[in-house]
Design a protein around this ligand. Structure first.
Ligand code: 5GP
Ligand code: MN
Length: 337
């Protein structure tokens, strides 16, 4: 596989890791398979470096991970900032090395960003595939990568760490989830070569796929059915669709974080539909998820209208206003296609 990180960069990282004592691995709010998978793989890889078991290494995410990812965290290594603000905040402020995984903009940390700002001395290392990152001390970044997991995989290999099943399982999960089960994204030969190497470690791919996809609560399946039958608006001439979910409906279906995971992709399975939006009402804002197929750039839409961003074909943001106002905003965007 061709090298995308220089030897110089890798040896810089090696030195930084060696001299660090408190290492934080952080990822974004509503952590997904890529966020949790990449973080756990890095964490386990770091612990394999000589003498690192004596260091304090922690994974910290702003809020809890969805249930379907719990199987990855066998040692309960992931700590949730929202449940333990004081301790997590103190650790972040005193870390001397911080890995920023699967995001590059502190707005994606919500309240956790304040804790990060209190740290003025850590070396910050980026492992990410989102566009337009600000400057980091060391960057392992490529928008050509279909997941942060793929970059973490390259990094771990370049550091000379053997990838065993405990590292391969979260890496595979990261690569698999961020490509929607290898359905979209940058599906290049390098990715499949990586997957082949992960498979060769002996991980049970069918079982991981089942954990992620066939492990949904009845509430989640029913909510999905309801959203598709009652809440889906399709505008075929404009090749667009959107779904709304109100606070009231969230209560009714005992909504939990992760329950709408993947829902925004379903309208794209309708013949001719190339734009899909999911609008979820929260207490003080509407959270939007946008998806597209082909040239339509939803990152630009989220940037311009919804205080957010992401990738060309998958982006998100927030709207501060009522659901009706947000729906009108989406409708007028669709009308202009
Ligand atoms: P999702 O729709 O699954 O929440 O997010 C899809 C992608 O959009 C994420 O991988 C992330 O890149 C981006 N994204 C989601 N929400 C936000 C947001 O609030 N701000 C920014 N900048 N990006 C977001
Ligand atoms: Mn990702």
């Amino acid at each position: 596989m061709k090298k995308i990180f220089t030897n110089d960069k890798i040896s810089q990282l090696f030195n930084i890791i060696n001299s660090a004592k408190r290492i934080a691995i952080i990822s974004h709010t509503n952590p997904d398979g890529d966020a949790i998978g990449s973080s756990l793989a890095l964490y386990r890889a770091l612990l394999k470096i000589e003498n690192n078991t004596q260091k304090d290494i922690r994974i910290i995410v702003p809020n809890s991970m969805p249930d379907y990812l719990e199987f990855l965290d066998t040692q309960k290594a992931v700590t949730t900032f929202a449940y333990n603000e004081k301790e997590c905040g103190a650790f972040l402020a005193a870390s001397d090395l911080i890995f920023v995984v699967d995001f590059n903009n502190t707005t994606r940390l919500e309240k956790m960003s304040e804790a990060l700002e209190r740290n003025i001395c850590a070396t910050r290392v980026l492992v990410d595939h989102h566009i337009d990152p600000p400057k980091f001390d060391l960057e392992f970044h490529s928008t050509q990568s279909s997941s942060a997991g793929f970059l973490a995989y390259l990094l771990i290999k370049e550091l000379g760490i053997t990838i065993d099943t405990t590292i391969a399982t979260p890496l595979y999960t990261a690569m698999m989830t961020d490509t929607g089960g290898f359905m979209f994204g940058n599906l290049n030969t390098e990715l499949y070569t990586a997957v082949s190497e992960l498979a060769a470690t002996g991980i049970d791919i069918a079982s991981i796929n089942r954990e992620v996809f066939n492990n949904q609560t009845l509430n989640k399946v029913k909510l999905t059915g309801y959203l598709l039958s009652d809440k889906l608006t399709v505008n075929l001439p404009k090749k667009s669709a959107y779904i709304t979910l109100s606070l009231e409906e969230k209560d009714k279906f005992e909504y939990k974080i992760g329950d709408t995971e993947g829902v925004v992709n379903i309208p794209l399975t309708v013949q001719g539909v190339v734009f899909s939006a999911l609008l979820i009402e929260n207490k003080d804002h509407i959270k939007l998820s946008l998806r597209s197929i082909g040239e339509l750039d939803v990152n630009i839409i989220c940037n311009e209208h919804f205080n957010g961003g992401g990738h060309k074909n998958a982006a998100g943001g927030k709207f501060y206003g009522t659901m009706t106002e947000c729906e009108n905003a989406i409708k007028s965007i669709i009308d202009r296609f």
